[in-house]
Design a protein around this ligand. Structure first.
Ligand code: N01
Length: 551
């Protein structure tokens, strides 16, 4: 346990919250490249963040494995070998554990410790951070690496506390695993987690009942073992240029975006293109066929119709197929999904689908789930019901900036940041992949590293130029929030009830939280701000602070 020991100055240069990709990378940057004193507080008893908690069956990332990694060390890039085309949760966790060990990061991480409060001490110009283990420690820079989708959403269904079986949220999965053999299982939710978990659970469970609120578009992942020849002969010798292309791309992967419209080709040709991309699998279906699938409703309808036809072809029972057809939102207006055997799973005798819009849940009982049409008994309920995304994890901590103002109040109508890295009134508090940045719309490690580098550069500038405190101006923040909303309003994202909009959490303000302008555009904007000596940010040289502290 750390106790406060400062005599006017802070205990540490920096505190980082979380030891996932963000926290590990930030620790290395601040400690090893800048020589700062740093402590990471991590709630779990190991590194990994998202990949420490999300251990549900079938969990993997849908960025291709060779792109889902740190890029700061060429030796690391060359030495590590992924086994799958898409990286699976156990392997991503092993990778992050390897990074922590290889760069000797754990000695600065305090595990099993959650930050409960962080208050900015204006007189001294530093943050006072408290944890659930009784630590009180002060730091000059406070950096959040808490992730965007870390606070699980377990819906408030009456009767859950009476259920006599076991229940689990996908984002807080038991480390010993869950045995489904011979069990009657309910899965509530069909987003990325549910679509991955349902086919795997169905392989061993006696029976699975899926409770679906919104039918989903999902595209086959065509997952398999990694193409070793591609990795050794084409990727590893060219890693630097591949990752540089990823950094300047729209979504953090070096992809060819099609410029043509879905209506530039005949119906037959369009169908052939969709068939080929469906057979190849993955997110390329969305962007390499036509440039207007994600921007024009009519073009989008051609792809949406193609997928609906695939669902009808795949699912044997016409009534189940009907229920699985997404009809209330355009393709890719919610988080795009890729899957392995998702629709085929509904052809199994042990899988049943309930659509909640036709047959809503009334209660969870001692023995199962009761919907309008009747009650079903279960041994296990799996909540694949998502997260209080982007703001939920911030609000679990009592974060207070200038004048004791709470972040919960400053963001009561939706999160407000400048560039997604800082919020006005919260000096020297930085967010890696905060709201207003492209993070969750991208291959995360690329966005995370960009923030680590940019925040690291800003702190380095402050250290070398005797600038003590930095925060964005309200004007710059208001302009950025307006820009984030403006860009989003021109996209189809506004047509789906997604967690990007906070629509999954009752009572949450309906505001589009991430920046949809693209990873490359955003990076160039951030680089421009740094090159121009940070317009939109105000700096304080700390003279008044030093006097107060000395006095
Ligand atoms: O959560 P979600 P997730 N009653 O919010 C339903 C990342 N991720 O954990 O669509 C009944 O997407 C909800 O219904 P609706 C990725 O960014 C990545 O699956 O809101 N149902 C939906 O079906 C992803 O987007 C990977 O109408 C309720 C589901 O639960 C994010 O994490 C893998 C309900 C929640 O879907 C979150 O994904 C996993 C209620 N009260 C996760 N409340 C990969 O990279 C919600 N639902 C592959």
């Amino acid at each position: 346990m750390v106790t406060e020991t400062h005599q006017g100055g802070p205990d540490l240069d920096a505190i980082v919250i979380g030891a996932g990709f963000s926290g590990l990378g930030m620790l290395r940057r601040l400690r090893d490249e800048m020589g700062l004193s740093v402590r990471v507080f991590e709630k779990g008893d190991g590194v990994g963040g998202t990949w420490y908690w999300n251990r549900y069956p079938g969990a993997r990332c849908d960025s291709e494995s060779y792109l889902y990694c740190f890029s700061f060390s060429d030796e690391l890039l060359q030495d590590w070998s992924w086994s799958g085309k898409y990286p699976e949760q156990p392997e991503i966790l092993s990778y992050l554990e390897h990074v922590a060990e290889r760069f000797d990061l754990e000695r600065n991480i305090q595990f099993s410790t959650a930050v409960t409060a962080a208050h900015f001490d204006e007189a001294h110009g530093f943050w006072r951070v408290k944890t659930d283990r009784g630590d009180t420690v002060t730091c000059r820079y406070l950096i959040s690496g808490i992730g965007c989708i870390s606070t699980g959403n377990v819906p408030d269904i009456p009767g859950l506390d009476t259920f006599q079986g076991a229940w689990h949220h996908t984002g807080a999965w038991p480390h010993d695993g869950v045995a489904f053999e011979g069990k009657r299982v309910a899965v509530i939710g069909t987003g990325s987690s549910g679509v991955q978990a349902i086919p795997v659970i169905a392989q061993t469970a006696e029976h699975v009942t899926v409770y679906q609120r919104t039918a989903q578009f999902t595209i086959p992942a065509r997952h398999g073992t990694v193409d070793r020849r591609l990795i050794e002969e084409e990727v590893k010798p060219n890693y630097a240029s591949i990752l540089e292309a990823a950094r300047h791309s729209a979504g953090g992967v070096p992809a060819e975006f099609s410029a043509r419209s879905a209506f530039d080709v005949s119906d037959e040709e369009r169908h052939e293109i969709y068939e080929r991309l469906w057979a190849n699998g993955g997110h390329k279906f969305l962007f390499s066929a036509f440039g207007d699938i994600t921007t024009d409703l009519d073009a989008n309808a051609t792809a949406s119709d193609f997928i609906r036809d695939k669902i009808r072809e795949t699912v044997d029972d016409p009534e189940t197929a009907r229920k699985l057809l997404p009809t209330d939102h355009p393709l890719a207006s919610k988080r795009p999904l890729i899957d392995t055997d998702y629709f085929d799973t509904y052809n199994r005798d042990n899988v049943e689908l309930i659509t909640l819009k036709e047959d809503p849940i009334e209660a969870i009982t001692e023995t199962g789930v009761r919907t309008e049409s009747g009650e079903r008994d279960f041994d296990i309920i799996v909540f694949a019901t998502g997260f209080d995304a982007m703001t939920g994890s911030f609000f679990k901590m009592d974060i207070r900036g200038r004048n004791g103002a709470a972040l919960t109040d400053a963001w009561s109508a939706g999160p407000r940041t400048y560039l997604g890295v800082q919020s006005a009134g919260f000096p020297n508090f930085f967010m890696i992949t905060g709201p207003g940045s492209p993070s969750v719309l991208s291959n995360m490690p690329v966005s995370i590293e960009q923030h680590i580098e940019w925040i690291g550069d800003l702190i380095e500038t402050m250290c070398t130029q005797d600038r003590y405190v930095v925060e964005p101006s309200l004007v710059a923040q208001d302009d950025w929030v307006a820009h984030v909303n403006d860009v989003a309003s021109q996209t189809l994202y506004m047509h789906g009830n997604s967690w990007y909009l906070g629509a999954n959490i009752p009572g949450k303000p309906r505001v589009f939280m991430p920046y949809v302008g693209g990873v490359g555009v955003y990076r160039e904007h951030c680089e421009g701000v740094a090159a121009a000596d940070y317009p939109g940010f105000t700096f304080d040289d700390g003279a008044a602070i030093t006097q107060t502290a000395a006095g």
